[in-house]
Design a binder for this molecule. Structure first.
Ligand SMILES: *Cc1c(COP(=O)(O)O)cnc(C)c1O
Length: 408
């Protein structure tokens, strides 16, 4: 038997089943019409946002990084909950505008922005987080062509990195952002060119469960932007401090301590360097806002034994949940939280391998997991499916096609 990650605290039992938004897994599947099905819980997202607002200083704005989950109804719901949206492509800009976001609430980061993407964003009035000097000059040219002052910020490639276990100093070569030592000259150039100067974006890492490391990284971000602004002789209207708040996916992962982060940030905000006194601060969070709110439901289509190992073969798999299969940036595969959704209150009875329906040994959802005795037709729930699931998996692989999605 191998351990699984912790089931998020936002779900309850009903009629012996896992229930999401008041409906049992069976009822949700029946209503949607088929499996596999991603279900995202509004209540879980609202609860998570509440916890964040409670812990963080009021002054800190919360942005949603939509690459975590761009599902339309969820994106629309987030518009009422967050203070801004971070996008990373022209496609995301179109989705964001469809979902009702105002261009002035949107900032656009990401390397390799094409001219047409820059043009659309600049014309709309979106903030561009510039990733290079070349991109800066292209954005300025487009501003001149359109006869508007583009709203420009610089994404800084810092010399520090957020690590789950503390801060790794040293920085290094990256395709993201402008190296810190070249930022002052570029900032000056932007201000002198008459751009609408917005400040800095500094993103130092992702998926950290170490609150102290996050606080340390935020202190580094504040110190660095103050120094860069001083060197450049510019002010900092806006500072996007990055995010990096992680969620527990695996056994022994602990929940992020928001109190430590909130208190740390509050202390830094009262002791700000004087050139950041008027700055607006924002955090950009993706998985922390929506990751634990999502459940992937897939049906068992076969149950077989091979050399003494029992396999539960489902109609889902890595084409929808690449991350849970261990093939999305993980070195060693470990089990996401997993359950038999329609046997929620039954005791664990056997150790099984839960696999997907793809003809590849990579397609694993649960490796030697201890579950209640499950039959063909039962529903498997894979948790932590609200971020980097449907949109971050190769849905067309093997002709499978996308899963259904519902916000409840
Ligand atoms: C991916 C990304 C995020 C969101 O990361 P999460 O780990 O989902 O919070 C935020 N900012 C930038 C620049 C990113 O590339």
């Amino acid at each position: 038997m191998k351990p699984t990650g912790p089931i998020p605290p936002y779900f309850e039992a009903r009629d012996g089943e896992l229930a999401i938004g008041g409906l049992t897994a069976s009822a949700l599947v029946k209503k949607a019409g088929d499996t596999p099905l991603f279900v995202y819980s509004k209540d879980a997202i609202v609860a998570r946002m509440g916890e964040l607002r409670e812990a963080l200083p009021e002054k800190v704005r919360i942005h949603y990084a939509m690459k975590a989950n761009p599902y339309g109804p969820l994106l629309e719901m987030m518009a009422d909950l967050v203070d801004g949206l971070d996008i990373a492509s022209g496609g995301e800009l179109a989705q964001a505008r469809n979902a009702g976001y105002l261009p002035r609430e949107i900032s656009f980061a990401g390397p390799g922005k094409r001219d047409d993407e820059l043009l659309t964003a600049i014309r709309a009035g979106v903030i561009i987080n510039l990733e290079s000097e070349n991109e800066a000059r292209r954005a300025l040219d487009i501003g001149r062509t359109l006869d508007v002052a583009p709203r420009l910020a610089i994404r800084v490639n810092p010399e520090f990195e957020l690590r789950g276990s503390g801060m790794k100093m040293g920085g290094g070569a990256k395709p993201f952002g402008v190296d810190a030592d070249r930022v002052p000259a570029l900032a000056r150039e932007l201000v002198e060119s008459g751009a609408n100067w917005r400040g800095f974006h500094i993103y130092s890492g992702s998926q950290s469960l170490d609150a102290e490391a996050i606080v340390e990284s935020q202190a580094n971000v504040i110190a660095l932007s103050s120094q860069l602004a001083k060197d450049a002789g510019v002010d900092v209207p806006h500072l996007n401090m990055g995010g990096g708040f992680g969620i527990p996916y695996f056994d022994k992962d602990s929940r992020l301590d928001l109190t430590i982060i909130g208190d740390g940030l509050a202390e830094q905000l009262v002791n700000l360097p004087s050139n950041l006194a008027e700055t607006d601060f924002a955090l950009e969070l993706g998985r922390y806002l929506v990751g634990e709110a999502g459940v992937y439901l897939t049906r068992i289509v076969d149950r077989k034994v091979s050399h003494g190992t029992t396999y539960l073969i489902t109609d889902g798999g890595l084409h929808h949940q690449l991350a849970a299969s261990g093939n999305f940036g993980t070195v060693v595969r470990r089990n996401y939280p997993i359950a038999v959704a329609n046997r929620w209150d039954e005791d664990a009875a056997e150790t099984v391998n839960v696999v997907g329906c793809l003809c590849t040994p990579l397609d694993r959802l649960g490796d030697q997991v201890l579950l209640p005795m499950a039959e063909i037709g039962d529903l498997i729930a894979v948790f932590c499916a609200g971020a980097y699931g449907a949109s971050a998996s190769p849905a067309e692989f093997l002709g499978q096609g996308p899963a259904l999605e519902r916000l409840v």
